[in-house]
Design a protein around this ligand. Structure first.
Ligand SMILES: C[S@@+](CC[C@H](N)C(=O)[O-])C[C@H]1O[C@@H](n2cnc3c(N)ncnc32)[C@H](O)[C@@H]1O
Length: 252
C-alpha cells in the first residue's frame, strides 16, 4: 500500500493547518545560520525558515516529497539559494559540513521503525553537529498515542478543501500495537468534484514510538546528551501532561 509521503499534495492538504511549530523553530533558531533538516519532506518548515534567511540542507528519503519541495522553490531565486534539497537517508547521512543546528520536525524520527535505525539516526545527528551545535527532535508524544481512539472502522476526520469546487473527505482508522511500539493508520481520502464522488485513495502511515527514558538511553549511547525537553510550541518545559515533545540535544 502506498504511504502518505508518496502523495505530497495530499500530505500538504492534510498538514496545512499545522503551523504552530514553525514559529517555535524560528524562535529557537534565530541566531543560527546553517541548519540541517532531517525528514524535510515537502518543505512545510524548511520554506518559512529559509524566508527568515537561514540556509538549510533539506534531507529526505522520499523522492516524491523532495520533488514537491524542489517544485515549490525552483522559480524563486532567494529560496533556491537558501534551500539545498538532498535525497538521502537520515540514518546514514554524512556531510563534510558541520551544522550549528539540526532539526527533525513533526515526528519524522518516529518514521524510523526499528531501535537500530533510531540509534543510527541519532549517531548521524552527532556526526553532523558542530561541537557547540544543538538539535531539536520532535517525538511522538506518549499522551497522543495512549489517548488514541482505536476506532472499529474508518472514521470520518475532516474535509480537506482543494479549491472552490473540489475536496477530499478524510477517514482514518488507528491501530496501536503497544508490544511492538508501533502505531498504524489506514488513511482513506475520497475525492469529490461539485459534490460528486470521483475516486478514492487509501494510504498507510506507520510510526514507532519511544519513551523519553528509552530515547535518553539512545542519545547517551551515541555520545549526545539531553539539554532540555519542551512540552509545547511555546517552549514550556515538558511534564507528563504535555501534548508535544521537543527534545533539545547536544554533543556530550
Ligand atoms: C511527517 S513527515 C515531515 C515532513 C516535514 N518535515 C514537515 O514537518 O511537514 C516525515 C518525513 O520524514 C521522511 N523520512 C522518513 N524516513 C526517513 C529517512 N530514513 N531519512 C530521511 N527522511 C525520512 C519522510 O519521507 C517524510 O517526508
Amino acid at each position: 500500500m502506498k504511504k502518505i509521503v508518496d502523495k505530497p499534495d495530499l500530505y500538504d492538504l492534510l498538514y496545512m493547518d499545522v503551523t504552530e511549530d514553525i514559529g517555535m523553530y524560528k524562535r529557537i533558531l534565530k541566531d543560527v545560520k546553517n541548519i540541517l533538516e532531517f525528514g524535510a519532506g515537502s518543505g512545510r518548515v524548511t520554506i518559512p525558515l529559509a524566508m527568515d534567511n537561514h540556509f538549510i540542507d533539506a534531507v529526505d528519503i522520499s523522492s516524491e516529497m523532495l520533488q514537491s519541495l524542489k517544485n515549490k522553490i525552483k522559480n524563486d531565486k532567494f529560496l533556491s539559494s537558501h534551500i539545498n534539497p538532498i535525497l538521502a537517508n537520515m540514518c546514514t547521512y554524512t556531510s563534510n559540513k558541520k551544522y550549528d543546528a539540526i532539526i527533525i520536525p513533526l515526528t519524522s524520527f518516529n518514521y524510523l521503525l526499528t531501535d537500530h535505525e533510531q540509534k543510527q539516526c541519532l549517531g548521524s545527528v552527532k556526526n553532523n553537529l558542530l561541537d557547540n551545535g544543538f538539535a531539536i527532535i520532535e517525538l511522538l508524544s506518549q499522551n497522543t498515542f495512549l489517548d488514541t481512539n482505536q476506532s472499529e472502522d474508518l472514521a470520518f476526520i475532516k474535509r480537506l478543501k482543494v479549491d472552490d469546487s473540489s475536496y477530499y473527505d478524510y477517514y482514518r482508522k488507528t491501530i496501536l500495537d503497544l508490544d511492538n511500539r508501533k502505531i498504524y493508520q489506514r488513511r482513506l481520502f475520497k475525492y469529490y468534484v461539485n459534490d460528486n464522488y470521483i475516486s478514492e485513495e487509501e494510504l498507510e502511515w506507520k510510526n514507532r514510538f519511544v519513551t523519553i527514558d528509552d530515547f535518553e538511553q539512545l542519545v547517551n549511547k551515541v555520545g549526545l546528551k539531553i539539554e532540555q525537553i519542551y512540552g509545547n510550541c511555546n517552549l514550556e518545559i515538558y511534564d507528563s501532561t504535555s501534548e508535544d515533545v521537543f527534545v533539545k540535544v547536544r554533543r556530550k
